[in-house]
Design a protein around this ligand. Structure first.
Ligand code: KG4
Length: 307
């Protein structure tokens, strides 16, 4: 018997619903929330309210696109957390109601495990290699930066994590200092493509083990820009591409240093990326480049499954 699952995600500011049958994605609908743009970050209360407005039309659209009705759904999965409490509540309440009405099982999903499990989403007519277990996943998003030892679908061990800011925050906060819109990661990526990544040097943390730290980088960029702007008030505008390229390189250097050490220590050369920051073109290219030298087997998620 085939199994059809409706998945609901509402952990932050996107309302998303997807239908999957026997691991094959039938539909995937996402409603973004533009309401936060003017505030330079996600406003939790506004996010919850927008989820309430979006959830029914998004689910309706996902069912229609998949060509199924609610009676065809065998189970409903939802993001349990971590995430914004009010936002999670909307998805959770909807999923509970849907499960109750249709008398089907309710599956709670860990947000971060879901990021990693995108490597197992199948698509009709497309054969894509999946990582064998165990593999190491660099999970980098707006709220988390972790090196995860993935032993099985639901058996994962965090071997390194950030002790302060996440990599996505490092991108977003740097972008804010440069006057770029939120979330700034994609803008830094865009301008970095046009710049010289070796033009400016920023400080890197010295943290033992496989943990990360990004708060020092933010301070280093802040002081650097302040000093440069004293000399030339147009410094940012005149050097935007080079600053973005140098900031991006520093973040990638920090991420790669620990990833390589973890791979060496655990003797695992199957390496995967996941999370919003894995959309970064520089990080993707660097993992490929460094991986080639080390004979890594690399798994980079489809762009649409990163965020
Ligand atoms: O995984 P995600 O969608 O949400 C969380 O669960 O946090 O990640 C969002 C983060 C933001 O910080 C955003 O700036 C970053 O991913 N991001 C990027 C890029 N695309 C998204 N960072 C760097 N380069 C990108 N191309």
């Amino acid at each position: 018997m085939s199994v059809t699952i409706l998945g609901i995600e509402s952990s932050c500011d996107d309302t998303a619903a997807a239908v999957i049958r026997d691991g094959v994605l039938l539909s995937n609908v996402i409603a973004n929330q533009d309401v936060h743009l003017q505030y330079g970050g996600v406003v939790p209360e506004l996010a919850s309210r927008a989820h309430q407005q979006n959830i029914v039309p998004v689910v309706d659209s996902a069912l229609k696109k998949a060509g199924v009705s609610s009676h065809d759904i065998n189970a409903i999965a939802f993001t349990r957390g971590p995430g914004l409490l009010g936002s999670l509540l909307v998805g959770t309440s909807f999923a509970k109601g849907f499960a109750l009405v249709n008398n089907i099982p309710l599956i709670d999903v860990h947000h971060l495990q879901a990021h990693i499990l995108v490597h197992f989403i199948k698509k009709e007519g497309l054969v894509k290699p999946e990582p064998d277990f165990p593999f190491i996943c660099l999970l980098v998003s707006g709220g988390h930066s972790q090196i995860v030892l993935v032993k099985d679908y639901l058996d994962m061990e965090i071997i390194g994590k950030t002790i302060d800011d996440a990599a996505g925050e490092a991108f977003d906060k740097s972008a804010k200092l440069l006057g770029l819109p939120y979330p700034g990661g994609p803008f830094v990526d865009k301008f970095a493509k046009l710049g010289d990544e070796n033009r400016f040097a920023f400080s890197k943390p010295r943290i033992p083990g496989f943990d990360y730290s990004f708060s020092g980088l933010k301070t280093s960029i802040l002081y650097f820009l302040r000093d440069q702007q004293k000399e030339n008030p147009d410094f940012i505008e005149l050097n935007k591409n080079d600053i973005c390229a140098s900031v991006q390189k520093t973040i990638i250097d920090i991420l790669m240093d620990k990833l390589i050490k973890a791979s060496d220590k655990y003797g695992i050369s199957r390496i995967a990326l996941a999370g919003g920051v894995s959309a970064n073109s520089g990080l993707r290219a660097r993992v490929e480049k460094d991986g080639l030298k080390r004979s890594w087997e690399i798994f980079i998620p489809e762009f649409s499954y990163t965020t």
